[in-house]
Design a protein around this ligand. Structure first.
Ligand SMILES: NC(=O)c1ccc[n+]([C@@H]2O[C@H](COP(=O)([O-])OP(=O)(O)OC[C@H]3O[C@@H](n4cnc5c(N)ncnc54)[C@H](OP(=O)(O)O)[C@@H]3O)[C@@H](O)[C@H]2O)c1
Length: 275
């Protein structure tokens, strides 16, 4: 098997090279600099030259607030670049987000729930999903949320850093979700969608366990770190941010045979290996 990994410098993409190497799978992982996916001609020439059995597509425009202003760039990366890759008709693992939905609080959305994004990033992720559906290519679209890990800055690393400088940290308390450890997600995806093949379609994957608000999540890992400060709960509406967020980020998996471990365990492991 020969795999193309795109987005290897990202939070999630950076988890795959060691998995591929350990399994002895031949792969190419061009950097952004080596292959800019928005340069369609270059991508076409590259794809005509190389053969791949599967693509792991971890590229995306992921800055949800900036996306409202940089709409062209976000669309180019999340939709157009993917559509171009799909013209090469290779089976693809793609990642999407709970932001394609806008379900009421505390109702877990299943794979078939009606998609109705409320911000531009979510709209582009929905259009990416529709491009996969129309492509005629075998695809595994993994919707996930609240990623944390060692590969790139994220909510956990940002709050940990803040806690070194501040005694009071304001965190949104009215959005509920489940954190997902990039390492766990990548291992699962590798086992179930690269080494073996489930039916083409949409899948929901988060670490398991009870839903939690951003504020309670921050409280959890800061307490574990022995922080003596105060988490001050605020409402999403207290923050002036360009992009609206759904209040509910709980995804219900009705299709996968196993689930990821409890997020508490995953966060504890992450804290034990990060400073
Ligand atoms: N992070 C989350 O909480 C979250 C939640 C739900 C779903 N997701 C989805 O999960 C997937 C992975 O997200 P992530 O957080 O790991 O993303 P990320 O850390 O922002 O990484 C994005 C990757 O895309 C690459 N890239 C950007 N523009 C490119 C271009 N023009 N050509 C080639 N490469 C380019 C980046 O390379 P450079 O760094 O070199 O530019 C980087 O490797 C995405 O589909 C995202 O929508 C993420």
């Amino acid at each position: 098997m020969r795999v193309l990994l795109l987005g290897k410098s990202g939070l999630l993409g950076s988890e795959f090279p060691s998995l591929l190497t350990q399994a002895g799978i031949e792969f190419l992982a061009p950097s952004h600099h080596e292959l800019d996916v928005t340069h369609f001609d270059e991508v076409d020439r590259f794809m005509a030259r190389e053969y791949f059995d599967k693509i792991i597509y971890c590229i995306a425009y992921t800055d949800v607030d900036k996306a409202e202003m940089e709409r062209g760039l976000c669309e180019q990366l999340n939709v157009k670049a993917l559509e171009n890759i799909l013209t090469h008709k290779r089976p693809i693992v793609h990642f999407s987000s709970e932001y394609v939905f806008n379900a009421p609080a505390n109702v877990a959305v299943s794979e078939e729930t009606k998609r109705e994004p409320i911000n531009f990033y979510g709209e582009t992720k929905l259009r990416a999903e529709q491009a996969l559906e129309k492509s005629g290519v075998s695809f595994w679209n993994i919707r996930t949320s609240w990623l944390f890990g060692t590969g790139k800055e994220n909510f956990v690393t940002r709050i940990l850093k803040k806690s070194l400088e501040e005694d009071v940290i304001e965190v949104v308390a009215d959005q509920v979700g489940r954190p997902t450890y990039a390492k766990d997600l990548a291992e699962f995806v590798f086992r179930h969608f690269i080494l073996s093949t489930l039916e083409s379609g949409h899948y929901h994957l988060q670490n398991s366990g009870d839903g939690i608000s951003w504020a309670d999540f921050a409280e959890y890992f800061l307490q574990k770190r022995g922080w003596q400060g105060e988490i001050r709960n605020i409402a999403s509406t207290d923050l002036i941010r360009p992009a609206r967020r759904p209040l509910n980020s709980l995804l219900r998996n009705t299709k996968l045979p196993e689930v990821l471990r409890n997020w508490h365990e995953a966060v504890d492991e992450f804290l034990s290996i990060s400073n």
